[in-house]
Design a protein. Structure first.
Length: 297
């Protein structure tokens, strides 16, 4: 009897331990379901090693590194193809336990993706850099000149070029996330036209908000599999925690509901009275996003 009682006690203890570990693992998984990222360009450190250190100081989980300026060059002013420089970035990220989760082709905000003769070279260079750095997502804004809402006549060119980019991305095993001026319903149609799972939407909260559309409905329309990453910010005005246009808890509930997981990237939402206070603005927004999406265990 004594032995049986001892065995039962041991078994119960083991079962309790297993249940506790399962609960902890479930909480940890939930905590890591969303990661909070910053952008070197917005930290005023475009392709500078200091962006990684600053990201760590501000408490984020990783940083999006820009491909560099574009201008009238055939491709980006990208220093990351230099083996020595690239190694410095990768080593620093590893040292600080941070991820370089995306490469940004922000030169296309001002330059024309739909009209440039040598657009392939820039996409090739970005994808090559992604492969060398083991980065799976690139950000491609369609920008001012390829705004499909204001300039619908460029749609055929945009679609044709994104089909090419989609094939290149598929061959490399990466995703290119585009930012457009279209509504979510129109973006779904655009993605169907492009016909590539390697071209997805890099969703930006400010896009529907400035047009008076319902942010929550836009997320639901796009759904889990069309959104690769999210710019979880509004225009520069106030910090996210003080923004009356965004119910961040409801955003999280919606993302939970559609079972989305990934990077929430802080782009703007700076205090308009102190736009260059990098540490103040991005530190506050990072802390707030962590409190919502990564609650303490």
């Amino acid at each position: 009897m004594h032995k049986n009682h001892l065995l039962k006690t041991i078994l119960l203890t083991l079962l309790c331990s297993i249940e506790i570990m399962a609960a902890v693992n479930a909480q940890t998984t939930q905590k890591q379901r969303y990661k909070i990222g910053l952008i070197d360009l917005m930290l005023l450190k475009r392709q500078k090693l200091g962006a990684i250190t600053l990201t760590k100081q501000l408490g984020a989980d990783g940083v999006e590194v820009d491909m560099g300026g574009l201008g009238t060059r055939p491709t980006f002013d990208n220093q990351l193809l230099n083996d020595t420089i690239r190694k410095q970035f990768l080593d620093k990220a590893k040292e600080l336990n941070l991820e370089i989760f995306s490469l940004g082709m922000t030169g296309y905000y001002a330059q024309s993706f739909c009209n440039r003769t040598e657009y392939r070279k820039s996409i090739e260079d970005c994808i090559k850099t992604m492969q060398l750095m083991n980065v799976k997502v690139a950000f491609l804004p369609l920008g001012v000149q390829c705004d499909l809402k204001k300039n619908p006549e460029v749609r055929d060119s945009v679609v044709a070029r994104l089909k090419v980019a989609g094939k290149m991305a598929k061959e490399a095993g990466v995703v290119i996330g585009i930012e457009t001026a279209l509504s979510a319903t129109e973006e779904v149609k655009l993605l169907k036209e492009i016909g590539s799972k390697n071209i997805q939407i890099y969703f930006n909260f400010s896009s529907p908000l400035k047009e008076g559309r319902d942010l929550i409905k836009e997320i639901e329309i796009l759904g889990k599999n069309r959104i690769c990453m999210i710019h979880c910010t509004n225009k520069d005005s106030v910090w996210l925690q003080n923004d009356p246009q965004i119910d961040m808890k409801k955003v999280k509930q919606t993302l939970d509901k559609i079972k989305w997981t990934g990077w929430l990237v802080i782009e703007r939402s700076r205090d308009a009275t102190k736009p260059r206070d990098v540490k103040g603005n991005f530190g506050a927004n990072t802390a707030y996003m962590k409190s919502i999406f990564q609650p303490a265990l």
